[in-house]
Design a binder for this molecule. Structure first.
Ligand SMILES: C[S@@+](CC[C@H](N)C(=O)[O-])C[C@H]1O[C@@H](n2cnc3c(N)ncnc32)[C@H](O)[C@@H]1O
Length: 356
């Protein structure tokens, strides 16, 4: 989950409404909502499978692949692959950590970029796995176009389904993975790295990235809150829609929205991927308030240590990064005054950040 909310709407001015004093409404009929959600999913699948398939490449096949790709492959793959700062940081870190002839496992192939960087850096064997079968096939073909098929094997599976001796020849000397969203944990980084180090990494092997930290500050912004909440419009009560609002963090390009920073920056969490338990968790955090206002949310970014001194940061002042900041809503808007110390519990669970 990188920019999961429609990033094409990121610069559209939202309405400035106060949400204070209104609790979210309950569903009128939970069962009929669940049935409708299942039907919507079935309808999308039916439309795709009804498309004609022929053996020769044709405009219909082009259309089919394009449509399925649109529905199953997030658009952020394009800006991610065009993020030169990200690519160069990973290339430098991988080149410094691949030993000649070693076995590298790349978790999350995407288009195959990190696997190809590892092969070019001198790995003897690279195994790369990808959960999305269409992306895995694209990666296989990209790797062939770049003449690296003899070194790299693409396995169309989740890393947690890999079997050593079957999908990969032996445990890996180096595990490389960039499954990091704007909130760090949203693509399953923590459980995936824990599984990788326990089941797929050779004794004494290296994980890339090594560690990560989350930072954030309190902000006031009705507009930013309104990216994921609604109360009323044209005199009608619309709060029921909030049942499908994102429950945890969501991406926001902070610099593009009106907001007021209310606190100084605090370190919210830190993870050593090689040794920490990497379970769900939460911890108390104190935020020193520097400015009066109504706190709506925490604006959060990460620092990723990818080894040998190479770090990536997604600060609001780094707008060239394809990663946005993560917006973590407070349970309710909260008035704060300069000099206050605001205590919150900051948590990470099931691929989302939250505050309680
Ligand atoms: C952010 S992309 C990175 C792609 C590529 N490694 C790069 O850096 O350009 C992460 C990819 O990993 C895949 N993925 C996430 N978790 C995975 C897992 N546990 N096993 C295999 N693939 C995974 C996603 O489907 C996605 O295509």
């Amino acid at each position: 989950m990188r920019p999961q909310l429609d990033s094409t709407k990121a610069s559209r001015p939202a309405r400035n409404r106060s949400r204070s004093g209104l609790a979210d409404a309950r569903p009128v009929s939970a069962a009929s909502l669940v049935t409708a959600a299942l039907r919507a999913n079935q309808h999308a699948l039916g439309r795709l499978s009804a498309m004609p398939v022929s053996l020769d490449w044709s405009s219909e096949m082009d259309e089919l692949v394009s449509r399925i790709g649109f529905h199953t492959i997030p658009r952020w793959h394009f800006p991610m692959l065009n993020d030169r700062r990200r690519n160069e940081a990973f290339a430098t870190a991988i080149e410094r950590q691949v030993s000649p002839g070693s076995h590298v496992l790349d978790i999350g192939s995407g288009a195959g970029l990190l696997a190809m960087i590892a092969a070019r850096a001198g790995a003897g064997r690279v195994t790369t796995c990808e959960t999305n079968p269409l992306l895995a096939e694209i990666a296989r073909q990209v790797i062939a176009v770049n003449d690296l098929s003899e070194v790299i094997t693409v396995v169309p599976k989740a890393s947690t389904e890999l079997r050593v001796g079957h999908d990969l020849p032996r445990r890996a000397d180096l595990i490389v993975s960039e499954i990091v969203d704007c909130g760090l944990v949203g693509e399953g980084l923590l459980p995936t790295m824990r599984h990788g180090r326990e089941h797929l990494l050779a004794p004494g092997g290296t994980l890339l990235p090594r560690s990560a930290r989350l930072f954030g500050f309190l902000i006031e912004s009705d507009v930013v809150s309104g990216q994921n909440r609604v109360t009323s419009a044209a005199g009608f009560d619309l709060r029921l829609l909030n049942m499908v609002a994102t429950k945890g963090h969501y991406p926001i390009r902070l610099q593009t929205w009106p907001h007021k920073v209310l606190s100084s920056t605090a370190e919210l969490a830190g993870f050593d991927l090689a040794v920490d338990r990497l379970d769900d968790g939460q911890r108390p955090v104190t935020l020193p308030v520097v400015c009066c206002g109504i706190a709506h949310a925490l604006a959060v970014w990460f620092e990723l240590d990818i080894g040998t001194g190479v770090r990536l940061r997604t600060l609001p002042q780094a707008p060239e990064s394809h990663w946005m900041q993560a917006l973590v809503p407070l349970p309710a808007p909260r008035p704060v005054a300069a000099g206050d110390e605001i205590a919150v519990d900051f948590g990470w669970r099931s691929e989302r950040l939250f505050v309680c």
